[in-house]
Write a protein that binds this ligand. Structure first.
Ligand SMILES: [Zn+2]
Length: 139
């Protein structure tokens, strides 16, 4: 479907329009092949914002809008995350070595662990005893 206003454009103007449209593709704005019956006057669609746009001027205005800029940023972040490669065996091994080093330097000893576990059990017993007492007196 050709737009009436486009027919009146010179070849040079049409070329300019095509180039502008190609640049808009990078901003997720594309020319509608079929106009929406709900928005018959709108020639473009921003697929990122699901926004109908009237014309090329409107499209240039749209890409400067806060909402669009925010959506573009989120889309780029999402794409970057999707492109992340899973770690290689060498990377996994390196991370494992670092974790094990840190655990040896900063981690607690087996005796410390057992001691803390014992303290925790005693505290649990005290708290349970206190709660039992409270429940007996007030319920
Ligand atoms: Zn948009």
């Amino acid at each position: 479907m050709t737009v009436a206003s486009e027919v009146a454009l010179t070849t040079e103007q049409q070329l300019g329009l095509r180039q502008a449209e190609e640049r808009l593709i990078r901003d997720y704005i594309r020319r509608l092949v079929k106009r929406s019956p709900e928005y018959p006057n709108f020639q473009y669609l921003c697929t990122l914002c699901s926004a109908h746009i009237e014309n090329i001027q409107g499209a240039h205005k749209h890409i400067k809008e806060k909402r669009h800029k925010k959506n573009i940023m989120e889309k780029q972040e999402e794409d970057e995350l999707r492109e992340l490669q899973p770690p290689s065996p060498a990377q996994l091994q390196a991370v494992g070595a670092v974790v094990s080093d840190v655990a040896q330097q900063q981690g607690i000893s087996e005796e410390d662990f057992l001691l803390r576990q014992e303290v925790m059990k005693q505290m649990e017993a005290v708290i349970q005893a206190v709660f039992t007492l409270i429940f007996k007196n007030y319920l």
